[in-house]
Design a protein around this ligand. Structure first.
Ligand code: DGL
Length: 274
């Protein structure tokens, strides 16, 4: 039996690859197992109950594949499922295993970036309606003023490779103008969705130059480095063989075709039946 204990990285589909890429850059020595639930993506428009059910199923799957530590590299899953999994499920099914999300590391640092104390958050409808960002930000920076904007068209634009299209400009401009119309003093915007870093050039084009954009990949990777330092008992459990395996619940051929856009290089995935 394999003694490998990879760090599990979960996303609804491709998007978490933008997070995994940065994690591997900073922590190349570990083994990783990526799972994309492409067969049931997108999660961004689904109900709380559905996102929780799907995410928990995938977390259990990663646990059964020897992961001691799982990162929910998906904002929607972090917003809608993480708290329940950490508080209700983990103590029952795997008290020694850990599941972390992408929202907390981002909200921990946002206040260091803003000079005006006014920040914006962009995300899927699910992430924005959950209010997870304002709730988490208030824990670390109670005086920050936070405005949010759901951008439901941005994920389909990326997934359909329409990044360079006029349609992309129209929707990006519309959502950014709407966000800034709520508060002219916003000087920092969180890209609270795994797909948005792929739109960063277009987003910049439609924003005043003084506004800072926070992409999550590096922030989440920094957060994981810090977590592993603070939790040597978990760090020692994670195996270090420098392997990365990719699994998708949909067709590996389709996954591999689109994955390089998110991961920056070609990958070979395997099918996983849940
Ligand atoms: N990965 C999701 C997120 O970060 C976006 C894609 C989806 O809606 O499933 O919110």
């Amino acid at each position: 039996m394999s003694t490998k204990k990879p760090i599990g990285v979960f996303d609804s589909g491709f998007g978490g690859l933008t997070i995994l890429k940065e994690i591997v850059k900073q922590l190349p020595e570990y083994d990783y197992l990526y799972l994309g639930d492409n067969a049931r993506a997108p999660y961004g428009t689904r109900s709380f109950e559905t996102v929780y059910e799907y995410t928990l199923e995938c977390v259990k799957q990663l646990f059964s594949m020897n992961c001691e530590l799982v990162i929910l590299a998906c904002n929607t899953a972090s917003a809608k499922a993480l708290r329940n999994i950490q508080q209700i499920d983990l103590p029952l099914i795997a008290p020694d295993k850990r599941v972390l999300g992408v929202i907390r590391p981002t909200t921990e640092v946002v206040g260091k970036h803003s000079k005006t104390g006014h920040v914006g958050v962009l995300g899927t409808t699910g992430t924005i309606t959950s209010n997870s960002y304002p709730i988490e930000i208030a824990k670390f920076y109670p005086n920050l003023i936070v405005h949010q904007e759901a951008c439901p068209m941005w994920v389909p634009i990326v997934e359909n490779n329409e990044i360079e299209s006029e349609a992309a400009d129209i929707f990006i401009e519309k959502n950014l103008n709407h966000l800034l119309s709520k508060d002219k003093n916003i000087d920092t915007i969180i890209l609270g969705c795994t797909h948005y870093p792929l739109l960063i050039n277009k987003i910049r084009k439609h924003l005043p130059a003084n506004i800072k954009l926070l992409s999550q990949g590096e922030i989440v990777a920094d957060g994981l480095v810090d977590y592993l330092k603070r939790h040597p008992e978990m760090e020692q459990k994670c195996s270090k063989g420098k392997t990365i395996e990719f699994y998708t619940t949909d067709s590996p051929e389709n996954f591999d075709k689109a994955a390089s856009m998110f991961y920056g290089k070609a990958i070979r995935s395997n099918h996983l039946e849940l």
